[in-house]
Design a protein around this ligand. Structure first.
Ligand SMILES: [Zn+2]
Length: 314
């Protein structure tokens, strides 16, 4: 069995609720608990066990991931040790010497993204918060739940305490300057982490003030997920795309929690339908459904369309 297969089998075999209970976490009826990774009075730690993949996520500190990540954080083990612990627990033989370096490397990249999002979250300036409140109407809950942060420098120094520079460059959160020095990829931007199944998979920075470059900047590399993609639930009749991440969050604020996500693709690739009656409520002017007639124009939309069998409504 390859390591990737092993990981998938382990994730399938492990009941995340049982695993968390074994680690002394008291889940309530809604699969919520006080977070074991930070101090709190109200439960922010959530288990998601009804989808295809089980994962945990804490709205307070942003810790999240699968069973392997849970063990890693709880027991302060390496990725390999956590995998070995879970393989033993599930009675699956595992040859540790054959652990695929590529698999472990992917995990390390993912850790860098999570650490970066956490750092930016801790750097959210009062100006940026004010902009999110007044300019966008975002509540502190939205800012917290979506781990919105601010890039104001200092990431390179912060990450250097825990991760090799090459890994941070590969993750895309640092870039090489002309003089050969590494520096932060995002600067003077509001940062929106993209979460997928409890893990940070990308970051988007929105320009503030004198930030150079485009208004929105994503980390380099192929975009494999959409912002708020976890909101897509199999069998749901509708999926809306918004033009930008703030539009998506405005919709979340209006309780469109389960159906919204944002396209990272140019809006012009889709045909938009306007909803003038909702404009007064602060809903973005343009909302789009996936359109059968246009799905060929965008491989990602097509993939999603086929995966989810989304009906076209226009
Ligand atoms: Zn937490």
């Amino acid at each position: 069995m390859s390591n990737r297969d092993l990981i998938n089998v382990i994730k399938r075999e492990i009941d995340l609720a049982d695993l968390t209970r074994e680690h002394g976490i008291l889940l309530n009826g809604e699969n919520k608990a006080l977070c074991p990774f930070h101090e709190e009075q109200q439960p922010s730690f959530h288990l998601h066990t009804d989808g295809e993949e089980q994962y945990f996520y804490c709205f307070g500190c942003g810790a999240g991931g699968d069973a392997i990540q849970f063990v890693k954080l709880m027991q302060r083990l390496s990725f390999k040790e956590s995998l070995s612990f879970l393989a033993k627990r599930a009675g699956i033989p595992m040859d540790e010497s054959k652990l695929d370096a590529a698999v472990e490397h992917d995990r390390c990249l993912s850790d860098v993204l999570a650490a970066t999002a956490g750092f930016y979250q801790s750097c959210l300036t009062s100006d940026a918060r004010q902009y999110l409140h007044d300019g966008r109407g975002f509540s502190d809950d939205i800012i917290r739940d979506f781990q919105i942060g601010f890039a104001r420098g200092g990431l390179r120094e912060h990450l250097a305490q825990h991760y090799p520079e090459d890994l941070c460059l590969e993750a895309g959160v640092l870039k090489k300057h002309d003089n050969g020095m590494a520096r932060d990829f995002l600067y003077n931007r509001i940062v929106f982490p993209h979460l997928f199944r409890g893990r940070v998979v990308n970051l988007t920075g929105r320009a503030m003030g004198n930030a150079s470059g485009p208004k929105y900047l994503h980390l380099p590399g192929k975009q494999r997920h959409l912002f708020n993609e976890d909101a897509i639930v199999k069998g749901k009749k509708e999926v809306f795309l918004t033009e930008g991440i703030p539009d998506c969050l405005s919709m979340v604020l209006l309780d469109f929690t389960r159906i919204m996500f944002q396209s990272l693709l140019p809006a012009t690739r889709f045909t938009w339908c306007s909803m003038p009656t909702r404009r007064a409520a602060g809903v973005p002017e343009k909302l789009g459904n996936f359109l059968a007639t246009r799905r060929g124009s965008c491989p990602l939309a097509q993939e999603l369309y086929e995966d989810l069998r989304l009906p076209a409504t226009n």
